[in-house]
Design a protein around this ligand. Structure first.
Ligand SMILES: Cc1ncc(COP(=O)(O)OP(=O)(O)O)c(N)n1
Ligand SMILES: Cc1nc(C(=O)O)sc1CCOP(=O)(O)O
Ligand SMILES: [Mg+2]
Length: 210
């Protein structure tokens, strides 16, 4: 299994990465302290994901930061990515594990107690829990759960976890106090005038807790 650190999880969205390209944003975020990166492009299609994913793999080589692909297992395999993130409406985690093998990272989104209780801990490596807050970045998001909901789902899932949805630097403390192992952000880094500085502020807040 590729080792991974969920503490500062960058989810890339090309529609928000307008100040800098996704590759530039990723390099800046890693310099600023991002610990794991997800390629999430809902419009690219498999070929487009493979093209940008290969560029990201080249840019990330030697950093030790894993690249996770959202939704598309064919792209994840073609890219040679470190893992795949799926939601409840995506392919089943068993199918993902069968195709990816034991060494790749599999992340699963959970948004309520019912799905949290059903997570197969023998297959899934981490859970993404949210949305903590409503966010325009994902217009089809589920109802916001707040920090109490986050704490409850962290406990039920019993797996490494990262909180997502409307989170900024000021939310680092309540996210970790809820028991999550990390904070996942899109707009707090993508599209910021200084993505490295924005990342460093979040990273410093995380390190200050240790
Ligand atoms: C870290 C992380 N957590 C949750 C999600 C959301 O996944 P999903 O519910 O499948 O929604 P889409 O991202 O596919 O729109 C995520 N991508 N990453
Ligand atoms: C990709 C994603 N998944 C969510 C979930 O709740 O599962 S919320 C979300 C978008 C988070 O973007 P921002 O950091 O800009 O609010
Ligand atoms: Mg999905």
């Amino acid at each position: 299994m590729t080792s991974f650190d969920l503490s500062l999880y960058l989810v890339l969205d090309p529609e928000l990465c307008r100040t800098h390209s996704m590759v530039e944003t990723t390099q800046a975020a890693i310099a600023g302290g991002a610990t794991i990166v997800q390629l999430r492009d809902k419009r690219a299609g498999t070929e487009g994901l493979i093209r940008i994913g290969r560029e990201l793999m080249d840019a990330m080589r030697g950093t030790g930061v894993p690249l996770i692909v959202n939704d598309d297992i064919d792209a994840a395999i073609a890219i040679g990515a470190d893992g795949l993130h799926v939601g409840q409406d995506d392919l089943p985690t068993k199918t993902a594990r069968d195709r990816l093998g034991p060494d790749k990272i599999i992340g699963l989104s959970i948004e309520d107690e019912t799905v949290a209780r059903k997570v197969d801990r023998s297959i899934v490596d981490y859970v993404g829990i949210g949305p903590v807050f409503a966010t325009p970045t994902k217009p089809d998001h589920k109802p916001a759960i707040g920090f109490d909901g986050l704490a409850s789902l962290v406990r039920i899932a019993g797996l490494p976890s990262v909180a997502i949805g409307g989170l900024k630097r000021d939310h680092v403390d309540p996210v970790f106090e809820a028991g999550a192992n990390g904070i996942a952000v899109v707009s707090a880094i993508c599209g910021q005038p200084d993505p490295e500085g924005a990342t460093r502020k979040i990273s410093d807040a995380i390190k200050a807790r240790k």
